[in-house]
Ligand binder design. Structure first.
Ligand SMILES: *[C@@H]1O[C@H](CO)[C@@H](O)[C@H](O)[C@H]1NC(C)=O
Ligand SMILES: *[C@@H]1O[C@H](CO)[C@@H](O)[C@H](O)[C@H]1NC(C)=O
Ligand SMILES: *[C@@H]1O[C@H](CO)[C@@H](O)[C@H](O)[C@H]1NC(C)=O
Length: 447
């Protein structure tokens, strides 16, 4: 609407009061979302942390204007780089972000579960994720499924049981930062332990997995003639009148004692180890954080899922890289992040992530992860449907390529800068998370 029509509307109003001078949002002094702001280097902006309201206003050029229609300011703050993409973004790309906050929750007795699968996030093709909470003593009942299950304990403690194909049995208690892995079809159960039960992330090695369609003990028995149960267990059929009429799924159980006391008498210990202490692993120290990698090399049973756990320090960045062997399925545990995904043919799009978000980076697409937050470190799991964790570092690639070749590609126009670049990458050592630069030059705030 033009100002002139606003004026005539105001004149029509019966009790015409002088309208307060409207501060033009594009001119708000502190905000980088205004027409006279220019950042030629597209630095990250933490809209959530700094309480900024992103607007689709070009960075130092004439593009864009404010918003008039219906909007969701909270979501826009969470996605500043979708509202005003860096000037380097280009082309279209499938959606690569989903928040568990947008997933339907299945509420059960003293527990709940929600999932992010190919149905919620169509790019989640290789893996599906489930976030589950079980209070103390609450059981995710004995079940199995065709997908392998990998899990990371987010909080609390949990007891798992499993059986291997040789009849070997496995019981273990896990805490925050521990993993388990159940190969396809292996029967298992989970139970929250004292004092507050547990919450964990489950990852299945197929994007189309559904937590609602697993093979559940009580469901099977409820759908088997009692005469057959009688034959199978060599008991009179009346015994089975006591069985639940349908699946229990998640339910309050009795509080378990120590493993020693719970173990059946003729317990045959499995030769397999279904669990691993990922956070307890000695990290690889990068200049800007710590990395722990767990795959079939150090967790042999985990043949279809490999993972990296990253702690990204203040201002630090997971360096530019790509994964040659699988799509990345990341889960953000803490903090906020900016990620630009480079998809070849000039296409690149930037997504922002925060705790509880799932991110996808298709195999081979170049990307980085920047810490956006001013008050929280960034903690991320990078998960792959693969037996080994593999990545290629851009930095290392440049440093291990003949100098002449690198310079001819990037700095033919300015040999002096080429020399500077070469010095920076020469003899590159792997540094997966880079610490912030000291004395980073300030960028111009003026046109
Ligand atoms: C499985 O391996 C882990 C090492 O990650 C070890 O701490 C644990 O005791 C093992 N569990 C069993 C039951 O063998
Ligand atoms: C990494 O840093 C921690 C803390 O400074 C140290 O205890 C650990 O030994 C280092 N690990 C390696 C592999 O150098
Ligand atoms: C994250 O990065 C910002 C710089 O963008 C830095 O100021 C902040 O301290 C970092 N947050 C933490 C505590 O990791």
């Amino acid at each position: 609407m033009h100002t002139s029509s606003l004026v005539s509307l105001a004149l029509l109003a019966t009790s015409a009061v002088a309208a307060p001078a409207r501060q033009h949002p594009l001119m708000h002094e502190k905000s980088p979302y205004r027409k006279d702001y220019k950042d030629p280097y597209d630095h990250k902006i933490d809209a959530v942390g700094d309480g900024l309201q992103p607007l689709p206003i070009g960075n130092g050029d004439d593009r864009g204007t404010d918003m008039m229609g219906p909007r969701n300011p909270a979501r826009e703050r969470q996605n500043p780089d979708l509202v005003r993409p860096p000037t380097t973004d280009h082309g279209t790309m499938k959606n690569m972000r989903w928040s568990f906050a947008d997933s339907h929750i299945r509420i059960e007795e003293n527990g709940w579960t929600r999932q992010t699968t190919v149905r919620e996030l169509p790019t989640s093709r290789d893996l599906a994720g489930v976030n589950m909470r079980l209070d103390e003593g609450v059981i995710r009942e004995l079940h199995w499924h065709k997908e392998a299950e990998w899990a990371y304990v987010l909080e609390g403690s949990v007891r798992i049981t499993a059986l291997d194909p040789d009849g070997g049995s496995f019981i273990d208690d896990l805490e925050k930062g521990d993993l388990w892995y159940f190969p396809s079809g292996h029967p298992h159960s989970l139970q929250g332990l004292a004092p507050h039960g547990t919450e964990f992330l489950l990852v299945f090695d197929s994007g189309s997995f559904s937590e609602d369609s697993t093979f559940i003990l009580s469901d099977w028995l409820a759908h088997t003639p009692k005469s057959v149960l009688s034959e199978n267990f060599r008991l009179p059929p009346e015994v089975f009148n006591a069985l639940p009429e349908k699946e229990k799924y998640i339910f309050q159980g009795s509080i378990p004692g120590p493993i020693k006391e719970e173990t059946p008498k003729n317990f045959k210990k499995s030769k397999l180890n279904f669990t691993h202490k990922m956070l307890a692993q000695e990290p690889v120290n990068a200049t800007g954080g710590r990395v722990r990698i767990t795959d079939s090399t150090n967790f042999p049973i985990s043949k279809t899922v490999a993972a990296g756990h990253l702690d990204i320090d203040p201002g630090a960045m997971r360096e530019m890289h790509w994964h040659p062997n699988a799509d990345e399925w990341s889960f953000f545990i803490r903090g906020r992040a900016r990620v630009t995904i480079f998809a070849a043919e000039g296409n690149a799009r930037t997504f922002d992530y925060m705790a509880g978000d799932v991110g996808i980076v298709p195999r081979n697409m170049g990307h980085f992860i920047e810490n956006l937050s001013d008050d929280e470190p960034l903690e991320v799991l990078e998960i792959f449907r693969a037996d080994k964790f593999q990545d290629f570092s851009l930095f290392q690639w440049m440093g291990e390529t003949p100098q002449r070749l690198v310079r001819d590609h990037l700095f033919q126009q300015d040999p002096e800068l080429g020399e500077k670049f070469w010095k920076a990458v020469e003899g590159a050592k792997s540094d997966v998370i880079k610490s912030p630069q000291s004395g980073e030059e300030e960028f111009s705030d003026e046109l």
